[in-house]
Design a protein around this ligand. Structure first.
Ligand code: AMP
Ligand code: GLY
Length: 421
């Protein structure tokens, strides 16, 4: 099969790395890719949002299957456009991608399908939102309805902080149209888990669970990021809990999406909080997580391509995936300044890091300049390791991190701390 992966982050490198091992694969492309994907796929310089360009490339190159890595092309309609061109695309339609594109939409699905989630209300008027916050008190969570690249959620510890967020989102328009409608919800507590399911519109199979580390600093402090590291499997979310979560969160969502005439095909990512009263849905995403994908691809024993084809063909009902029990840990190395303004074009020397046994390094914001590796983005590498236990996997990942010479990079030193606590 001829396959096109869309994206250029660590997630897409991991997807290409795994797909390249498939006996079903004849040729793999990645648009736009990065120096890491170039090692297992052919990079093509097409922007992830150039839907027409991607469709034309897929048609001209007789692509059998397209796998979009991130949500921007999905929300922009890549699956609909590929469908129209008769090319299989393992991702949701624009209508189904609303599960990530709109918080209100997700909350309505939760209510209709009786999915456990924080109690909520929708506001389009700042005064009404402020009145509600004063009435409810703090802590309380303020969310912009639309996509906001991780900047649309404020967990407000005080009413004043909540009111400031309402002012920023609704009146100052700091997030543009995304923040004109708000969801204000109950503040939940507990560890967070990322649950993944591969869906064919009707059926779903478990695609692994992992724990991300969203804050930039050790001990989960500092600003939110795209994710600074992940590990799998999370010991606080065992197989039985995962099986139950498939029935409580994923299958009712698929049924409700079907009932609405917008079936969900692709990867459904449930962000769950394990609260004292059980798991609750924090959000849905319509794609793999990054860096969760990187550690899950190390643990997946089955052929990914076969599973993606089954999802596109509506044949997941009788499908199962096999996993390696050995845990995997992924440490994100980021450029100094990230998640704020960060350095660029700084030299990276991977040294002997890739020769450490059990280690796999995935590229994200890297580039080649005059043949030398430099950083081009904020999150730059995911240094992953797999071993017989989580402690060893983590030690191995940090051994590789320490073999990398990159004075302008940094990472968290405590990835996986909850599993070891
Ligand atoms: P989201 O963009 O919806 O994933 O939210 C970003 C982060 O905000 C989540 O990962 C949680 O840590 C936090 N968060 C979101 N909703 C809630 C909630 N209802 N209660 C507590 N924390 C929340
Ligand atoms: N790591 C979380 C995400 O990809 O949204």
């Amino acid at each position: 099969m001829r396959v096109l992966v869309v994206g250029g982050g660590g997630r897409e490198h991991a997807l290409c790395w795994k797909l390249a091992r498939s006996p079903m694969l004849s040729k793999l492309w990645c648009a736009p890719g990065n120096p890491g994907t170039a090692m297992c796929a052919e990079n093509v310089a097409i922007d992830t949002l150039d839907i027409a360009g991607l469709v034309a490339f897929a048609r001209d190159n007789a692509i059998d299957l397209v796998l979009p890595g991130g949500e921007p092309p999905l929300v922009a309609g890549i699956a609909d456009a590929m469908d129209a061109a008769g090319i299989a695309c393992c991702g949701p339609s624009t209508a189904a991608a609303q599960l990530e594109g709109s918080k209100t939409f997700t909350k309505e699905i939760c209510d209709a399908a009786k999915i456990p989630t924080a109690s909520w209300r929708r506001f389009t008027d700042a005064r009404a939102a402020r009145d509600h916050v004063r009435q409810q008190g703090a802590p309380i969570v303020i969310k912009a309805d639309g996509l906001a690249a991780g900047k649309g959620v404020v967990v407000a510890a005080s009413v004043a902080e909540a009111e400031a967020a309402i002012g920023d989102f609704m009146e100052a328009g700091t997030l543009g149209a995304s923040g004109r409608t708000l969801v204000i919800e109950e503040c939940l507590t507990g560890p967070e888990i990322s649950l993944f399911a591969l869906c064919d519109g009707v059926s779903a199979v478990f695609l692994g669970a992992a724990q991300d580390h969203k804050r930039v600093g050790d001990g989960d402090i500092g600003p939110n990021t795209g994710g600074m590291g992940a590990y799998s499997p999370p010991p606080m979310f065992d197989r039985a809990m995962a099986a139950s979560a498939m029935d409580v969160f994923i299958r009712p969502t698929l049924a409700e999406m079907n009932r609405r005439g917008t079936p969900f095909r692709g990867i459904l990512f449930a962000g769950l909080m394990l609260t004292p009263t059980g798991p609750k849905l924090i959000e849905f995403n319509v794609r793999f997580g990054d860096p969760e994908c990187q550690v899950l691809m190390l643990r997946l024993k089955s052929d990914l391509l076969g599973a993606l084809v089954a999802a596109c063909d509506g044949e997941l009902a009788a499908f199962d995936l096999r996993w390696d029990d050995a845990p995997a840990v992924g440490v994100v190395m980021a450029a100094r300044g990230y998640p704020g303004v960060h350095v660029r074009d700084t030299a990276i020397d991977l040294g002997d890091a890739e020769t450490v046994s059990g280690v796999q390094i995935f590229h994200a914001g890297t580039a080649l300049k005059d043949g030398a590796l430099v950083n081009s983005g904020g999150r730059v590498l995911t240094v992953c390791a797999q071993a017989n236990d989580i402690r060893l996997a983590r030690e191995t990942a940090y051994t590789a991190v320490d073999a990398i010479h990159w004075p302008d990079g940094f990472c968290r030193r405590d990835i996986g701390w909850r599993a070891l606590a």
